[in-house]
Design a binder for this molecule. Structure first.
Ligand code: IPD
Ligand code: CA
Ligand code: CA
Length: 256
């Protein structure tokens, strides 16, 4: 990896920790909550302030652009593009005040360079630099045991997937159980660390998955759409993330 990329990674790690400090401080104050596309699609002053914090940093690097959930859009994949979800899990931020993350990734001409996901309240940083493996708090994430069977795995999805694909309910019956935390980025990295066996979601956006896909793939997981086709993080769509053997089994049980 080129030194300038390592230097951007180190800078971004500092930004993420600084942003975490800002969020923890802001949570002690009153939060302003607004709705976006529907009454459950929330945005707070914290989401907006954190995106603006990252924008200030990123725009200081010449020719780097920001694609962020709260209003920073790009319409092509040329050059260096940072993809940011300032808060993934805003509903958790305003209710349980835990299980939310900052998700940040850098892509060059559409190719992944690195991704970071920071679980703010647990102070846990997941990261991967392309070609260098994935890490949790700078400790290498160990490879998942490929011999584990479906009945030894937790499946993460929402009730929306269970309603849309009744065979997902059958899959859950064959598994060790079902979980859902409300932050796609954290849910995907929990599959990467082996805390869950698979993650299924019908509709995610670039900022939800840009960092998580890099980390998941660095851990040897297969990351695809639910029908098994490949995912372009710059486009919205479904996600199915699991170790390769389980991934194949899930496509067969639920989506073929
Ligand atoms: C949401 C979370 C949630 C997922 C939604 C996302 P947000 O992101 O990741 O788990 O089910 O589709 O929009 O709105 O909290 O950034
Ligand atoms: Ca999100
Ligand atoms: Ca968000």
């Amino acid at each position: 990896m080129e030194p300038k990329i390592i230097s951007w990674f180190n800078q971004s790690k500092k930004w993420v920790f600084d942003a975490g400090n800002i969020i923890r401080q802001k949570l002690k104050e009153e939060i302003t909550i607004n709705t976006k596309s529907n009454p459950n699609d929330l945005v707070t002053n914290i989401d907006r302030e954190i995106e603006s914090f990252f924008k200030q940093q990123i725009t200081q690097i010449q020719d780097h652009r920001l694609l962020g959930e709260e209003g920073d859009f790009v319409h092509d994949t040329q050059g260096y593009i940072w993809i940011l979800d300032p808060i993934d899990g805003t509903t958790n931020l305003v209710t349980t005040k835990q299980d939310f993350a900052i998700s940040l990734a850098l892509y060059h001409n559409g190719a992944p360079l690195f991704g970071l996901i920071y679980d703010v309240m647990r102070d846990e940083l997941y990261h991967a630099i392309t070609g260098q493996g994935a890490f949790l708090n700078d400790q290498k994430i160990q490879a998942i045991d490929p011999t584990l069977q479906l009945n030894e795995h937790i499946i993460i999805c929402d009730f929306k997937e269970i309603i849309a694909y009744p065979r997902v309910a059958e899959l859950i019956k064959l598994s060790r159980g079902h979980r859902r935390y409300g932050s796609a980025a954290l849910e995907i990295v929990h599959v990467a660390t082996g805390q869950a066996g698979a993650f299924i979601h019908m509709m995610l956006h670039p900022w939800d998955i840009a960092a998580a896909k890099i980390i998941a793939e660095a851990c040897g997981l297969k990351y695809s759409h639910t029908d098994g086709t490949s995912v372009n993080v710059f486009e919205k769509g479904s996600s199915l993330v699991a170790p390769p053997n389980l991934h194949q089994e899930i496509v067969k049980i639920c989506f073929s």
